[in-house]
Design a protein around this ligand. Structure first.
Ligand SMILES: Cc1cc2nc3c(=O)[nH]c(=O)nc-3n(C[C@H](O)[C@H](O)[C@H](O)COP(=O)(O)O)c2cc1C
Length: 366
């Protein structure tokens, strides 16, 4: 094989050595991956505009001019209406009663502090717009949109030299975003942690790659080994976008209880449900997800109402570090996350294993 199979057009576009993107909420993980030759996108949808500006500076101070990205929920996907109180008043009494029953059954305490979710850009258009303005003002190298089409920011972002990545779970969403001119598409499959659609990673990636022309496609959902990376490139992707992989890393600021749960978990310990946010989402199973999966449970509400309903449980579980109640987004590749390694080693192991996989298929790499 004459060419390094890991040197892809995504590497050229982002100016990185390895075609691996870490999605993380942890700045230390982001910096470790960036400084090891990968790329990192920091999830900031739950942060105030001031915090986002501070985090951008913190990263810039540590990466010596290397590029990075920030991920937000874009205002186009946020309901225009309503104060928090107005939104909460629309939650039906029957649903509140069911949530209360769960709390009683599992002895869920009250949260200790203010509900973190209330900062979420997905609840408030003005907040989502202000978050986005920080990214545009700061001219961050890359903006990624986890929820909502980024088409409406492309012109402004491109004028400022910002690249825009759109995350999709359906081929028709990819088609629209490609037509709008996004710089790369993250094709995310059902295996993924967090909000995700119903199409498998093995199906969505080649389907989106087939319509993408020269635009790089990034495969997401269940990618936790070098074999996944090699397979993603064979499916037509130019790189991978990974979340679960970094949660139990040495640098990760996830609670040690969550890290231990992840290290012990397999795909069977994850569940795909809309009971946490109202949108389908893969997380570790917990009493909340198990109770809503029962036939007698009410149908989960739409977003953002279900998220407001679940937020007390989620926050109480975390505030009180109740191992029996806690959950986290986790993908089906979690079974390969078995050791608490430094992020740099996770990246290098993935690269080495991908190269070995190519070698196994094609013979010696030159
Ligand atoms: C703890 C956690 C939180 C996540 N939160 C977001 C988010 O806020 N915005 C977003 O675009 N994606 C979010 N994701 C999804 C990731 O961007 C990514 O698509 C997913 O983790 C890929 O699947 P994998 O975990 O199997 O690698 C989250 C993932 C994890 C693990």
């Amino acid at each position: 094989m004459a060419r390094d199979p890991l040197r892809t057009k995504l590497c050229d576009m982002l100016g990185i050595e390895f075609p691996v993107i870490a999605f993380t909420h942890c700045k230390d993980v982001a910096v470790a991956v960036i400084n090891s030759g990968g790329f990192a996108v920091l999830g900031e949808a739950m942060h105030t505009p001031d915090d986002i500006a501070a985090d951008i500076k913190w990263i810039r101070d540590r990466v010596d001019g290397k590029p990075f990205g920030i991920d937000l929920v874009l205002p186009a996907s946020v309901p225009p209406s309503g104060s928090l109180e107005e939104l909460e008043s629309q939650i039906p009494a029957s649903h509140r009663a069911f949530a209360e029953e769960i709390k009683k059954k599992y002895d869920v305490p009250e949260p200790k502090g203010p509900i973190a979710l209330h900062q979420w850009g997905g609840l408030n258009q003005a907040m989502a717009r202000a978050q986005l303005d920080v990214l545009l003002d700061e001219r961050v190298p890359v903006i990624a949109s986890g929820l909502g089409s980024p088409a409406f920011i492309l012109k402004t972002a491109h004028e400022r030299g910002i690249k825009v990545l759109g995350l999709v779970g359906k081929t028709r969403q990819a088609k629209r975003q490609l037509e709008a001119g996004v710089d790369a598409i993250i094709a995310q499959g059902y295996d993924a942690a967090g909000h995700t659609g119903s199409m498998g990673t093995f199906s969505i990636v080649p389907e989106v790659a087939a319509i993408a022309g020269d635009t790089p496609i990034i495969a997401a959902g269940g990618v936790t080994t070098g074999r996944h990376l090699a397979a993603a490139l064979c499916l037509g992707a130019s790189g991978v976008w990974t979340g679960t992989l970094w949660l139990a890393s040495r640098e990760s600021d996830a609670d040690m209880i969550i890290k231990e749960k992840l290290l012990a978990a397999t795909a069977d310990d994850t569940t795909y449900s809309n009971c946490i946010s109202g949108m389908t989402m893969r997380t570790l199973k917990c009493p909340w997800t198990e109770e809503w999966a029962k036939p007698e449970a009410p149908r989960a509400l739409a977003a953002p109402y279900q998220m407001l309903l679940s937020s007390d449980y989620i926050q109480a579980a975390n505030d009180h570090r109740r191992e029996d109640l806690m959950t986290e987004a986790a993908g089906q590749g979690v079974g390969f996350v078995t050791a608490m390694k430094p992020a740099r080693q996770i990246l290098f192991d993935m690269v080495e294993e991908a190269l070995a996989a190519f070698e196994e298929i094609t013979g010696e790499l030159e």
